[in-house]
Design a protein around this ligand. Structure first.
Ligand SMILES: *Cc1c(COP(=O)(O)O)cnc(C)c1O
Length: 492
């Protein structure tokens, strides 16, 4: 039995202790506390020694998987390496002990960081103004759509209540539009995976607030007709929203602002190397074209004539606040560090390397996995399961599915790619290597993917019951998501 098969509660032995409290700091007896501050029953904590506890947490940490543990080709998520210097800078006491209610005069360095990050993102994206308030990409989408609505309403154009979303869009796009009170109109993709401009034309009217697009789209394909789409949408009075989750391959190559977009968000945890989620703070800055600056949420940081900085707290047409204070400072600081560490020359390379890595894997693996759209991709691409020998469309000839391939990858120490998204295919496997992986890492992954394709032929049942070497094998994923039991007992 492995050590981690036991919960820390099961290691507990009456009277065993892994701590000692200094008497002079904890000298008050229970009796001194008022009854309302006392527990009714003893706290049922595990009684373990310090080594037991240290091993418990260390083992738990090793059951986890992250970019620091191994290759993480999770399509759509841009799981690039998070440089340690980002953490070092964010941990500097001068930044760490800042308080958002401090007077502007005492936080000039922090305000300058906001200002310079805005300038850097403006240069990278072609959007001159940014707000840092939104806490995630999806929150940025909502904020951006609110700006879009505000723009139309400020012109007395109240009929524009519909937003066009391609059928390949990420689920957060229609979700954000719905939360914003907009009606969603779906535009179809063509066989080649790109928005069908002929399908778009009849959808355009004076009720359209705008269109939301991801470019490259969720198949990793560049929307080559974007300039025509921008012209059509603008001609009908609508605005273009750019979902910047796929910005990585474009950095240093082309800019959404130049493609005709009016509003966009960036996911700093994707393109700009800040940590992903884990329930912690995130950042989804929203950039806008010049004519929309007036609607940006507050506070924003602006430069005074004497070169100092201040927080702008009121502006006539602003949306107001969409989160507390001016966004998650520590996350913004990590992105700022990343950009400065790379410098202009290297920022311009990251998109190209991300694109090269993805195309290399695609070409190496396409004899083994079905490639529904065989063209040059950007930073990611989608397979539709294993090469089909003519059997059922949903599986390969031996009944091996995309889920089985993904599960087997875990046995080999890889995080699985994104699976069953996008919804355009039945057996989607979406691979995004990012630019931070070496050729050796990518080659090793390709070899394992080929090996799994071989196993699908020779040992299909072994694949169907994978993973075999992880602490748990195949949980009931729906139940695990809907009824998660996160506590040992109901009451402690
Ligand atoms: C990740 C992603 C989002 C949502 O971003 P979050 O920061 O996770 O809220 C939106 N659109 C696309 C295409 C994405 O990949």
């Amino acid at each position: 039995m492995k050590y981690y098969d036991k919960l820390v509660f099961e290691l507990s032995k009456e009277g065993r202790k892994g701590y000692s409290l200094p008497k002079n700091r904890f000298s008050r007896t229970l009796d001194e506390l008022s009854p309302s501050n006392r527990r009714a029953s003893a706290l049922n904590l595990p009684q373990v020694s310090e080594p037991d506890l240290a091993r418990h947490y260390t083992n738990l940490s090793q059951m986890n998987f992250g970019v620091d543990t191994g290759f993480y080709p999770l399509g759509s998520c841009t799981m690039k390496y998070n440089p340690k210097i980002n953490e070092e800078i964010a941990a500097m006491p001068g930044f760490q002990i800042l308080h958002p209610l401090q007077d502007d005069a005492t936080v000039q360095g922090a305000l300058r960081m906001y200002y310079e990050l805005e300038q850097a993102l403006a240069e990278i994206t072609g959007m001159p103004y940014f707000t840092f308030a939104p806490a995630a990409g999806s929150h940025g989408e909502l904020t951006g759509l609110m700006i879009m609505r505000q723009y139309h309403m400020s012109r007395g154009d109240n009929k524009r209540t519909k937003v066009i979303v391609p059928d390949s869009a990420h689920g957060t796009n229609p979700a954000s539009a719905a939360v914003c009170g907009l009606e969603i109109i779906v535009v179809k993709s063509k066989e080649n995976g790109l928005v069908d401009v002929e399908d778009l034309k009849p959808l355009l009217s004076d009720e359209i607030a705008g269109i939301m697009m991801t470019n490259p789209n969720t198949l990793g394909l560049f929307e080559v007709q974007i300039e025509e789409i921008a012209r059509l949408v603008h001609d009908c009075g609508g605005l273009l929203y750019y979902d910047g989750a796929n910005m990585n391959p474009l950095v240093g190559v082309v800019r959404p602002g130049d493609m005709g977009f009016d509003i966009m968000h960036l996911n700093l945890h994707k393109t700009f190397s800040t940590p992903h989620g884990g329930g912690g703070p995130g950042a989804g800055p929203v950039g806008v074209a010049k004519h929309l600056e007036q609607f940006l949420p507050l506070p924003r940081v602006v430069k005074n004539e004497d070169g100092s900085f201040r927080r702008l707290l009121a502006a006539e047409n602003s949306l107001g606040r969409v989160s507390g204070f001016a966004g998650h400072f520590g996350v913004l600081l990590r992105a700022y560090t990343y950009i400065l560490m790379l410098g202009k020359e290297n920022v311009a390379l990251l998109g190209k390397y991300a694109t090269l890595s993805a195309n290399y894997i695609k070409e190496e693996l396409k004899p083994y996995y079905k490639l529904p759209i065989d063209s040059l991709c950007k930073h990611e691409f989608v397979f539709d399961g294993l090469i089909n020998d003519g059997a059922d469309k949903a599986e390969d000839a031996k009944g091996v599915t995309t889920l089985d391939v993904a599960k087997r990858l875990l046995d080999y120490g890889y995080h699985a790619p994104t699976i069953y998204f996008p919804l355009l295919f039945h057996q989607s496997i979406m691979i995004e290597p990012t630019e931070t992986e070496s050729l050796e890492t990518i080659d090793a992954f390709i070899d394992i993917m080929k090996k799994i394709a071989e196993e699908a032929k020779t040992e299909p049942d072994y694949l169907k019951s994978a993973p075999h070497f992880t602490p748990i094998s195949r949980p009931d994923e729906v139940r695990a998501a809907r009824q998660n039991v996160l506590k040992y007992q109901d009451e402690i």
